[in-house]
Design a protein around this ligand. Structure first.
Ligand SMILES: NC(=O)c1ccc[n+]([C@@H]2O[C@H](COP(=O)([O-])OP(=O)(O)OC[C@H]3O[C@@H](n4cnc5c(N)ncnc54)[C@H](OP(=O)(O)O)[C@@H]3O)[C@@H](O)[C@H]2O)c1
Length: 313
C-alpha cells in the first residue's frame, strides 16, 4: 500500500441527491453482535438497507438483533456465523441463498486480537489468522456468486482492516518487496501467513522483520489488505468494488473501551463508505479514520476532530 493520505473527496451518501439503495438492497455484516459491527448494522438499517446481522454465538446474536428490532429497525435479520469455521460459512451461505435473491454489500468486520493495548503476545496467532484473514477470505469466496450484478451500480465489499497492517510496518525486505509487487498473487499472501505461523512456532518471529506492534494481528490485517487489493484488481470494471476501512482507535471491547471515538462514530463513516453513490465509488482503496485538524469533512467528538483519509491499497 503506497500510503499517501488525502482528504476523502466524495460526498456523504446521505447528502447525495441519488439514493441508490432501497429496502431490497441487502448487506451482510460479520461479527456484529457488538462493537463496530453492531453499530454498522444499526446505521445501515437506519439508512433503509436490509441487513443480516451475524454472530458466532446464537445467544449474543439474538440479543443484539432484538435490541435493534426494539428500536424499530425491522430490516435486521439474523443468522449464526463463525467465520473461523469453514463448515459454519457453508451453512450460512446456504441459508443466505435460500432467503435472499442477491447480495449487495458485504462487510467483513469480525476480528480478534487477544491483547491488551501495550502487549504483543502471539499465543493465539493461529486463531488470529483464521479469523481476521482466512475468515474474511473464505466467506468472500463463498459469497462471490451471490453478488448482484447490476449495470446501474456496483456491489461492494468493505473489509474492516487496520493501519497496523500497512506495508510500511514490515521490516523484512523480501516480504515487503513481494507485497509491493503489482502482480502479487493470493498464493503468495497465503505463503506469507504460513511463514509467519512457522516463525511463531519456531520462536523466530521477533527477529524476522514482522510488524513490531500487535504482530500477529498486524500480519492478519496485512494479508487482508493485500488480498483486498488483488480482489479489487480482479473485479475492476466487473460490478464489484473492494475497499478497506480502518476505523482508527475506537472504543470497543478490543481496546478495553479506550479510543478517540465511539463505535457509532466509526460506523457512521463505515456506512457512508459502504453506501457511496455509484459514480463516486472507488475500488482498491484504503480509508483511514483518525484525528486531524479542522476541515469540511470533520465531525467533533469530545474535543477530538475526526476525519477520513483515503489512499490506494
Ligand atoms: N476498535 C479498534 O480500535 C479497531 C481499530 C482498527 C480495526 N478494528 C477492527 O474492527 C473490527 C471490529 O472490532 P471491534 O473493535 O468492534 O471489536 P469487538 O468489539 O471485540 O468486536 C469484534 C466482533 O467480532 C466477533 N468475532 C470474533 N471472532 C469471530 C468469529 N470467529 N466469527 C464471527 N465473529 C467473530 C466478536 O464476537 P464475540 O462477541 O462472540 O467475541 C465481536 O462481535 C475488527 O476487525 C477489528 O480488527 C478495530
Amino acid at each position: 500500500m503506497a500510503f499517501k493520505e488525502a482528504e476523502l473527496p466524495f460526498p456523504s451518501p446521505s447528502l447525495s441527491p441519488t439514493r441508490w439503495w432501497s429496502k431490497d438492497t441487502v448487506a451482510i455484516v460479520t461479527g456484529s453482535n457488538k462493537g463496530i459491527g453492531f453499530a454498522l448494522v444499526k446505521r445501515l438499517a437506519q439508512m433503509g438497507v436490509s441487513v443480516v446481522l451475524t454472530a458466532r454465538d446464537m445467544k449474543r446474536g439474538s440479543k443484539a438483533v432484538e435490541a435493534l428490532r426494539s428500536q424499530g429497525l425491522l430490516l435486521v435479520h439474523f443468522f449464526c456465523l463463525d467465520v473461523s469455521d469453514p463448515a459454519s460459512i457453508t451453512t450460512f451461505v446456504s441459508w443466505f441463498s435460500l432467503h435472499f435473491p442477491a447480495l449487495d454489500i458485504l462487510v467483513n468486520n469480525a476480528g480478534v486480537s487477544f491483547k491488551e493495548i501495550h502487549e504483543n503476545s502471539v499465543e493465539h496467532a493461529e486463531t488470529v489468522m483464521k479469523t481476521n484473514f482466512y475468515g474474511a477470505k473464505l466467506l468472500t469466496e463463498a459469497l462471490l456468486p451471490m453478488f448482484r450484478r447490476s449495470s446501474q451500480y456496483s456491489s461492494r465489499i468493505l473489509n474492516i482492516t487496520s493501519r497496523l497492517g500497512s506495508i510500511n510496518k514490515v521490516r523484512n525486505r523480501v516480504i515487503k518487496e513481494m507485497l509491493e509487487r503489482e502482480d502479487v498473487r493470493v498464493e503468495e499472501i497465503e505463503g506469507m501467513v504460513s511463514k509467519f505461523l512457522e516463525d511463531v512456532k519456531s520462536g523466530r518471529w521477533e527477529s524476522e522483520g514482522w510488524p513490531a506492534l500487535w504482530t500477529d494481528y498486524a500480519v492478519s490485517k496485512l494479508a487482508l489488505n493485500t488480498y483486498s487489493r488483488v480482489l479489487a484488481k480482479r473485479y475492476r470494471g466487473r460490478g464489484l468494488s473492494v475497499n478497506c476501512f480502518c476505523p482508527g482507535f475506537t472504543q470497543t471491547s478490543m481496546t478495553r473501551g479506550k479510543g478517540t471515538h465511539s463505535a457509532d462514530e466509526a460506523a457512521e463513516f463505515g456506512a457512508n463508505l459502504a453506501l457511496l453513490p455509484p459514480q463516486h465509488l472507488p475500488t482498491g482503496n484504503f480509508f483511514l479514520m483518525g484525528s486531524t485538524t479542522p476541515t469540511t469533512n470533520t465531525t467533533t467528538n469530545n474535543n477530538n476532530l475526526i476525519s477520513i483519509f483515503n489512499s490506494k491499497l
